[in-house]
Design a protein around this ligand. Structure first.
Ligand code: HEM
Length: 435
């Protein structure tokens, strides 16, 4: 059986053997996540993190069982997200960028019903179910990137494909010029700083890091605000233009500039690096098993199954601490009192042996393969899964049309970024061009 656990870099952190050794969040932990998951499943499926709850005296809990996570995400009234802090204006009265997003959450989707309406009316047409509209644009973007290295026989796959494709796609969807992509990348990195360099399962930034983040985001709010004004006056065929015109029927009104700004902020946090990581992990799964690449290349009807298995086995978002308990709860016999923060470990649930037959195997014909939790589930699940899946499908279709075989290239260290994302820094590939 080909290997499906990620290759990882050597580091100072020891491989976990017992539940007490498991640490998913300290520096270096990202190289041992997949060694920790079977230990947690067998011995500590609801793993307590002392003192890491929502208020002093409460704890965090890492949930790793599929059934527990599904129960939590499908019951948002009982397990509400912790995102309840009201936005604070800047000293000059303007809205900080992050708070534009929170403000737009509070006005456009303050409850479950509006959360659903927001998704179906405002984001689905562009990045959810309606993402098919971008097919030709994504295909052209993928092929243009491949053109730049197809004759070289080798490629820095992350830097010259996996990272760039989602950036170009989101710039096109939102209606930003390509010349601004380097700025988008810088702002995107600043937005997710806490998910990469924040401490512990709550991704806490130090005051210094928070200051760095504010500085790196300087100009982003004004940049988006400028485009919102421009597109309100001269709408084009892009998501921001459309958001300036649409009537949100759930509230029977058009959106304000700040609300649109908040939606754009959310699209950029969610839409850039996640899909990059998915495509980079899928490339590694192919390198691990040359027969797999041949099989899928020769029978493209298998591609969707491959992509879903890739998402299941190598979840780009490994876990998120976005739900709380408001009453005493119990998971797998472990008591989680009111005030606990639940860290939902999607990546572990996706390999839960109670849910998946041969959980560590990549099976192209796995039944109900899309039931993995990589995009979460329910009304608060990822609104961008449609466009992300489109990008992955088209990326691999274009690659398979033009590349006969691929393998690991030289100098791969398999070093991953810290945090909660499975983010490989660099991936060198060698390949044979199709004739
Ligand atoms: C492989 C790629 C992706 C993965 C693995 C992923 C995963 C997730 C997960 C696990 C959540 C949390 C859901 C919950 O707490 O229940 C989420 C939320 C979110 N995702 Fe994604 N996502 C991906 C791509 C995208 C893309 C392409 C976009 C935008 C175009 C996007 C936008 C968002 C937003 C805005 C949220 C926050 C939920 C909301 O505010 O409605 N994601 N995503």
């Amino acid at each position: 059986m080909a290997r499906t656990e990620p290759r990882t870099a050597q580091n100072a952190m020891k491989c976990p053997v017992r539940p007490d050794d498991v640490d998913l969040f300290s520096p270096g932990a990202q190289e041992h996540w997949y060694e920790a998951y079977p230990i947690l499943h067998e011995q500590s499926p609801a793993h307590r993190i002392p003192g890491e709850g929502s208020i002093p005296g409460t704890d965090g809990f890492i949930l790793t069982k599929y059934e527990d996570i599904v129960r939590v995400v499908l019951d948002p009234e009982r397990f509400p997200p912790g995102l309840t802090t009201p936005p604070k204006p800047n000293p000059d009265g303007s809205m900080p960028q992050m708070n534009a997003m929170i403000a737009s959450i509070q006005t456009l989707r303050p409850n479950e019903e509006l959360w659903r309406a927001h998704k179906s009316e405002l984001t689905d047409p562009w990045v959810g179910a309606g993402a098919n509209r971008h097919h030709d644009m994504i295909e052209a973007a993928a092929n243009a990137l491949i053109d730049t290295w197809i004759d070289d026989g080798k490629v820095d796959f992350v830097g010259r494909f996996a990272r760039l494709l989602p950036q170009i796609v989101m710039a096109n969807v939102l209606g930003f010029p390509h010349t601004d992509i380097p700025r988008m990348e810088k702002w995107g990195e600043a937005q997710v700083l806490a998910f990469v360099h924040g401490a512990g399962h709550r991704n806490m930034l130090t005051p210094e890091q928070a200051g760095d983040q504010m500085r790196a985001l300087a100009g982003f709010g004004e940049y988006v605000a400028g485009w919102v004004v421009e597109k309100r006056e001269r709408p084009k065929d892009d998501m921001i233009s459309w958001l300036t015109q649409v009537t949100y029927s759930a509230l029977d009104r058009k959106l304000t500039d700040v609300e649109i700004n908040g939606i754009v902020y959310a699209m950029m946090i969610g839409g850039l690096e996640t899909t990059q990581y998915a495509i980079a992990e899928q490339a590694q799964l192919f390198c691990e098993d040359p027969d797999l690449y041949r099989t899928v290349r020769n029978d493209r009807s298998q591609l969707r199954g491959f992509i879903e298995e890739g998402l299941r086995l190598r979840s780009p978002t490994q876990g998120l601490s976005t739900r709380t308990t408001i009453q005493d709860e119990e998971f797998q016999g472990v008591k989680a009192p009111a005030g606990s923060i639940l860290h939902l470990r999607w990546a572990a649930a996706n390999r839960d042996p109670q849910e998946w037959e041969c959980p560590h195997e990549l099976q192209l014909d796995r039944k109900a393969v899309t039931r993995h939790l990589t995009f979460s589930r329910g009304s608060r699940g990822c609104p961008g899964s449609g466009i992300s899946r489109q990008e992955q499908l088209i990326a691999w279709t274009c690659i398979m049309d033009r590349i006969e075989s691929l393998e690991y290239g030289a100098d791969n260290t398999f070093e991953h970024q810290p945090g909660i994302m499975l983010g490989l820094y660099k991936l060198n590939l060698n390949f044979i061009k199709a004739v």
